[in-house]
Design a protein around this ligand. Sequence first.
Ligand code: FAD
Length: 488
Amino acid sequence: MTQKQNERAVLVAFGADLRLADNPALAAAVATGLPVVPVFVWPLEAEAAAYAPGAATRWWLHQSLSRLEERLRAVGSRLVVRCGPEAETLMELAQESGAGRIFRNRVYAPAALAGERDLTAQLSAAGITIETLQGNLLFEPGSLRTTNGGTFQVFTPFWRAVWNRRGELRAPVAAPKSFVSPERWPPSLRIAELGLEPSIDWAAGLCAAWMPGEAGAQDRLRRFAKNATAAYDVERDRPDHDGTSRLSPHLHFGEVSPQQIWHTVAEWPGAESYLRQIAWREFSYHLLCAFPQTVSQPINPQFRHFPWRRNRNRLAAWQKGRTGYPLVDAAMRQLWTTGWMHNRARMIVASFLVKHLLLPWQEGAAWFLDTLVDADLANNAMGWQWVAGCGVDPAPYFRIFNPVLQGRKFDPEGEYVRAWVPELAGLQAEHIHEPWKAPPLVLAAAGVRLGDNYPLPIVDHAEARAAALAAYDAMKTASRREEKSGER
Ligand code: FAD
């Protein structure tokens, strides 16, 4: 007799969907009418490495799992936590619970997708069925196609396709009020035993900035929707204002679904501009599934010849927010303290790393993955490749942000810099983005000692720009040479 014929319970395996409301896997498990055993399996370190969980996301995951456990207890259930190889651990849990079916929402990381088939085969050999549902995206990757049936590689037509098919989006479902629990629970680890929290306490800034978990996500969505106006389109470019939703980590961990967001904001005046950003997230997942190598390799193969200049000191200056360019430094320090950075600032610091410092984009992407609370393989790879000019639909390479002009335009009063670079707080707006040009008396009055309490610029903008363009030409020459030698 198979496990399924003798079924006493069903499992629901949580992953990137740490919520009870609008959770298709949970809803399907509850609909069976059988006792539901909610589980979370943390893969062993080797397996987990494939998901690249950085320190900041591990901190978030610990908090989020704790909130999920509380939510489940409030409806009379529990969260059974285990650590181990995924297939074997799920199999053990199914056998201990007498479950013949496991429900879960799909996780779109390359390693998870590659392992999906193996997992299904291993479980089915043991008589256990795994039913995967679509819980974390609006549309299944690959389900939106160009008129020729290809993968969209340009965002605007992709967005048009999303918009045209918006009528197909499911309406979000409420969280189950209660569901049947097993008579005996399988044993569980304590969440703390997963070792996700930092051993030294560096997370005070994260605690102050965020409220991980489903309630925190709903609270942020409510507040954003309440204050949202048509001005989002302009406000979203201002790092000195609180004009974006800051839902990215909540979306990354699935504490809120994109459907819930879509249905909440669809009617407000600035909706289309905001929903376009949600569609960028979709686009990045569609690209990740079509080009899994995008996480570490340039999509444009010409960039394999780019003459990067690896330099540890420059990388460290960028990471610590000590480049001497106030806007770049403010952004890198915001990231370090809060685990988040404004989108405009992400574009500027990424451009500075790859074009001013000529450091490989992968080094910047790795730092982001370690320090962002919303670190997300798909969005991060797309963002970095877009800025570096090597992805699909990229920014043209010669678009090299001038950090001073960007500062004047998007932080005109210097408030963002003042918030994160206290050494410069005494400077007036006209000098704050270019302190090295301020008269000595002005610097002295503001307590700024360049090269002492605040660095001089580590590169000159005009020289760096020329070097970046020369490197780009060298790449094209090398790539043409390779093409020709291949032809011979
Ligand atoms: P809002 O403006 O409120 O947008 C709402 C949601 O739309 C976001 O939460 C996010 O899910 C999505 N979104 C918005 N802009 C983008 C975008 N450009 N690309 C993809 N999705 C978007 N986002 C991440 O979630 N994780 C990352 O690791 C990440 N790395 C990035 C790296 C670089 C170099 C760049 C340029 C961008 C990166 N982004 C990443 C995209 C973007 O910066 C963040 O999603 C956004 O700043 C999050 O803030 P928010 O929630 O207030 O955004």
